[in-house]
Ligand binder design. Structure first.
Ligand code: ZN
Length: 453
């Protein structure tokens, strides 16, 4: 295990690595991650790492490096993305790209999502090398471009064009690891599954006419209204996938206010809705998060129709964000959606798929998962660890497709209100405590050392 003094020594190093990375603006679009990749290459090469910089397009940089093991144990990839979402400086209390340190926190776009994890992973690689740890399996580090826009120019591109460079039996990435305080204990999640994404556009057709004689025309907005209502009120069948079942089991044990509801739900998943309606009165966010983990969802997110006050529109377009569970496919979801809209009139509707990514799930009955639990309990004996499914997506899907077991695990304590951490991601005044950078390094190092030696 990495000793306390060594960790204290890394405090300054992880802080300045993160400040430097935040100062390299990798807002996607356009991304321009190559500058961040070059910066990492420089700091890693100083310590003897051989780094490879790969550009999917000019400026869209990915960096890969590795420590060779003896080939006696599975390999492990530490994955992160270098790009960030836009930040509006007017909304922030400080410059989002200055890497300001204040009251023990590093502020800036990417402080949580996810330059901090990049730094933690880089630090772990450096520590392994400095300590001359003999690894039984290969350790790979990859920091990639374009995750915030779907990853096609980053992890997706690497998986398609040079899978051998990032292939590993196991992967640690973003998507979990944040402690949720439950009854005075910390519950850490490990992301073992994520929903699939199906973004699609529906174009409703009609015939134009004068707004003063509504029945003489065929109003596309009215047709779209029926489409939206049909899809928005659709409650698809409930499936309890292994990850969610285990998550709810752990939650039921610890979160006393929800124990009754969750126990009932686990016994009879089909009757989840009335139970969750009751829970929503006490804790709406939790109830709705759970509901979204149980089924495919369809949400209207954009709508546009009409050209003038007095013209009945012949066209109306809407975009829907559909998320499907592991075990389902986006093609099945599209079929289901079309069948729901039969009565609205399929001949007057056009469909266009904007983006489709399949869902994915990794088993949690693995040595790496158990090592994560052990490492956390060593530091915090009474903590709870549970696998979790993200309703959103990460780059892990590309690696799961290659056959790797992927876990989202960015270990963090909630040392500011949980809601503020959640809203900091893609929000304003995004920040992470320096304590959390050190904590993350400590946990990840412990996990890796146990797993690879
Ligand atoms: Zn991210």
């Amino acid at each position: 295990m990495v000793n306390a003094q060594l960790l204290e020594e890394t405090r300054g190093e992880v802080t300045s690595l993160l400040r430097d990375l935040i100062r390299i603006d990798t807002t996607n679009p356009p991304g321009n991650e190559i500058e961040a990749a070059k910066y990492l290459a420089k700091t890693l090469e100083k310590e003897g790492f051989l780094c490879e910089l790969l550009e999917s397009k000019p400026g869209r940089g990915n960096i890969i490096t590795r420590i060779r093991g003896r080939g006696e144990k599975p390999s492990l990839l530490l994955l992160s993305h270098l790009d960030v979402v836009a930040a509006n400086p007017k909304e922030w209390n400080m410059n989002p790209f200055a890497g300001t340190v204040k009251d023990g926190f590093v502020y800036g776009r990417g402080a949580l999502d996810m330059k901090s994890m990049t730094v933690v992973e880089v630090m772990v690689m450096k520590l392994l090398k400095r300590q001359h740890v003999e690894l039984k399996g290969d350790m790979i580090l990859a920091a990639t471009a374009d995750e915030e826009k779907g990853g096609e120019k980053g992890a997706g591109w690497l998986a398609r064009n040079c899978p051998e460079k990032i292939w590993a039996d196991y992967v640690i990435n973003e998507g979990g690891g944040l402690a949720v305080p439950v009854n005075g204990k910390n519950m850490y999640t490990v992301q073992t599954a994520e929903k699939g994404i199906l973004w699609f556009k529906v174009k409703a057709k009609g015939t134009p006419g004068h707004g003063s004689i509504p029945r003489a025309a065929d109003n596309a907005i009215v047709r779209m209204n029926n489409v939206v209502r049909k899809l928005e009120t659709y409650r698809s069948k409930i499936y309890l996938i292994p990850t969610v079942k285990q998550f709810l089991t752990e939650m039921a044990k610890e979160y006393k206010a929800a124990t009754k509801t969750l126990t009932k739900l686990l016994e009879d998943p089909a009757a989840a809705d009335p139970a969750l309606d009751a829970l929503a009165k006490k804790d709406r966010v939790l109830a709705e998060e759970i509901r979204a983990k149980l089924r495919m969802t369809v949400t209207p997110t954009m709508i546009h129709g009409g050209v003038k006050e007095n013209i009945i529109p012949s066209e109306c377009e809407a975009v829907f964000d559909c998320r499907v569970l592991p075990g389902q496919t986006t093609a099945d979801a599209m079929d289901k959606i079309k069948s729901l809209l039969k009565k609205v009139g399929l001949e007057k509707l056009e469909f266009e798929i904007i983006q489709a990514n399949e869902p994915s799930e990794s088993p949690f009955d693995t040595v790496l998962y158990r090592n994560i639990v052990t490492a956390l309990r060593k530091i915090e004996p009474d903590c709870v660890v549970a696998p979790d499914m993200l309703t959103g997506g990460t780059d892990s899907r590309f690696l799961r497709k290659l056959g790797a077991v992927c876990y989202g695990f960015q270990p963090m304590r909630s040392d500011m209100p949980y809601g503020e951490i959640k809203s900091g991601i893609h929000g304003v005044d995004e920040r992470i405590s320096i304590d959390n950078l050190v904590f993350g390094t400590s946990v990840l190092y412990t996990v890796v050392e146990r797993f690879m030696t």
